[in-house]
Structure formats: C-alpha cells, structure tokens
Design a protein around this ligand. Structure first.
Ligand code: NDP
Length: 308
C-alpha cells in the first residue's frame, strides 16, 4: 500500500503509521513540490491543508484521513469513489476547556479584576456562578457533547440542539435546527459547535440574537459561517447577547477593519480553541489505518451529502 502524509510536520506521522503498516510505502511531504513524485501512486492520503486540486492528480486514491475535525474545506471537492474520514476525539477536551475558560472568566469577572489591578483599584467583585444557569449547546457531536458533559459538572442545566436526535442523551431538553430561536432564547450561555454546511449558514441571525436573554453569552468555536457577523455586531451594541467569545469567523484571519475587534463585550481568539494535539491526532490516524488494513469500519467517516 502507498501512503502519503501531507502536513506541516510529517516525520512523527510517518513513524506512527509505519508501526501499524510496516509493509506499506509511506512518504511525507509539506509542500506540493515534495509531494509531486508520489501523487500518481498514492492510495491513502493523511493530510491537513492540502489543496483540493491535487486530488485530480491522484488516480489511485481510495481514502483520505483528514488530520482535523472540520472537513468543510475539502468535502465538496471530494472525488466520488474516495472515502473521507475526519479526526474524532482529539479536540474535545481542549475545546471544552477553552469554552469554560471564557465562561468562567466572564461570569466570575476575571477581566474586570485584572483591569482593576492595573488601576490599583480595591473593589470586591463577586461575579455570578455557572451553577444553576442554563447552557445551550448547538452541535452535540464529539466536541459539543464534551462541552455539555463539563457544563453538567458545573451544575448547569443542559439544553442541546442538533440535526437528528442522536446526541440528545447528553441534554435535559433537545431541540432541532428549526427550533433555534426558541432554543437560543431560553439559555444563559449559547455555545456553537456546528460544522460548516449549507444548512448551518447563518443559523444564528438577527432574529435569533434579538431573542437572547439579558446577560447571556454567545460562544462560537465551530465555524464562522453559523453567525451572521453583521447582525452580531448590531446585537452586541444593543447588549443582547451581553457578551460574545468568537474563535471562528466568516473570514479568517478576521479583517483588521472588522468592528468586532473593538467591541468591549466581544472577546476574540484566532481560531485557537482546538489547537491540534499532535499525539492524539497521530494515534487516531494510526488506529484508523489499522482498521483500514484489517477491513474494520473506519471511525469518523464523513457523509459527503451531509457535508460532515
Ligand atoms: P461532529 O460531526 O461529531 O458533530 C456535529 C454536530 O453538529 C452533530 O451533533 C450534528 O447533528 C450537528 N449538526 C450538523 N448539522 C446541523 C444543523 N444543520 N443543525 C443543527 N445541528 C447540526 O463534529 P465535532 O463535534 O467533532 O466538530 C464540530 C465542528 O467543530 C467541526 O465540524 C469543526 O468545524 C469545528 N471545529 C473547530 C475547531 C476550532 O479550532 N475552532 C477545532 C475542531 C473542530 P447530528 O449528529 O444529529 O447529525
């Protein structure tokens, strides 16, 4: 079997894959030039950041293991007879930590305390507790369900929204996409962990935002397509939601002229909530290769029609 690893750092992946497929011919490439000699023969591609035009030059390609969780950048260009798997489980813990780092900091007043320290101001600030608040998680997949689990550990009531009832087990109440306005209006913190698909485009718009609770927080760690940014700017200026933490944007990098940068109630991170945990991605990829070789069902198989 001929395998190509296309990523920024390839050596550790090549070694991990060799462990499970000692007979395979495995090459690593970080640029198209480096990949060039192997494209024609490659049967399995382990990749992140590869240009989709490259697929047309890989006539023997049967399987792509994407070294990330979101596949929106390649799924529409996937050749018909190629299986695509995404990475599952490597991002859940760290992304839930990101969500709760901000939720706790915002509810406990960490940013205000720091500002007061800078001004040498001694004033007691007690903040509010997550306990008893209602957390809404839109997208109850591998990451969203972990956010829900941690929220429950903080004593939060969990509402969840997903396309099908599949993830409903982690929530106290489950909603479907058509119920987004009612769902968003009922929660104290709304966390979006949705894939980018035509159906999630603009799912959080002016209508949804205007119904959000006083004091509520919106966090988006899924994809920027879900939120209509123009509407969010207006909503944050109007104070509903009261605050937003955005990790993903309609355009990335977020253009310097975006009004989001300067809104005092908007907290920006640069697509940083899910830093790849290379050892977890590597071991997931190697385990999937093992399954491929033994004919077991692959984990993280993407349905190209659904788009995730
Ligand atoms: P999963 O595929 O495991 O879960 C996706 C969830 O979204 C499922 O619950 C699914 O519902 C739901 N969903 C899909 N379409 C809709 C819709 N139209 N309306 C409502 N719910 C919908 O994905 P992961 O949890 O692993 O990852 C989620 C996304 O997070 C990724 O697609 C990626 O874009 C993003 N991500 C961002 C990172 C970052 O650095 N910011 C890092 C990693 C991932 P159902 O199960 O019913 O189909």
């Amino acid at each position: 079997m001929k395998i190509l690893v296309y990523a920024q750092e390839t050596q550790s992946y090549v070694e991990a894959l060799r462990q499970v497929a000692p007979d395979a011919e495995i090459h690593g490439a970080s640029t198209l030039e480096e990949a060039e000699p192997y494209l024609e023969e490659t049967e399995a591609l382990f990749a992140w950041g590869v240009r989709t035009e490259t697929f047309a030059r890989m006539p023997r390609l049967r399987w792509i293991q994407w070294l990330g969780a979101g596949v929106d950048m390649i799924v529409r260009q996937l050749p018909a007879d190629v299986a695509l798997t995404r990475t599952v489980g490597a991002f859940s813990t760290v992304m839930a930590e990101h969500v709760f780092a901000y939720l706790l900091a915002l509810r406990r007043g960490v940013f205000e305390m720091r500002a007061m320290q800078q001004d040498h101001v001694w004033r007691r600030l007690t903040g509010t507790s997550l306990q008893g608040q209602r957390l809404g998680v839109a997208g109850l997949g591998s990451i969203g369900s972990e956010v829900a689990r941690v929220g429950r550990a903080f004593g939060m009531e969990i509402w969840g929204l997903s396309r099908t009832p599949q993830g409903r087990g982690v929530c106290d109440r489950h909603f479907t996409p058509g119920e987004m306005p009612e769902f968003a209006a009922g929660v104290d913190a709304l966390v979006l962990v949705l894939p980018a698909t035509p159906e999630t485009d603009g799912i959080v718009d002016r209508n949804v935002l205007s119904g959000m609770r006083e004091g509520s927080i919106l966090i988006n760690v899924g994809r920027g397509n879900a939120v209509v940014e123009r509407d969010l700017v207006a909503a944050l200026r109007a104070g509903r939601p009261a605050m937003a933490q955005l990790d993903v944007f309609e355009r990335e990098p977020l253009p310097p002229e975006s009004p989001l940068w300067d809104l005092p109630n908007c907290f920006i991170s640069a697509h940083s909530s899910g830093p790849s945990e290379p050892h977890l991605v590597r071991s997931f990829a190697a385990a999937n290769l093992q399954r491929f070789l033994t004919g077991e069902p692959l984990v993280g198989l993407v349905d190209p029609k659904r788009g995730y």
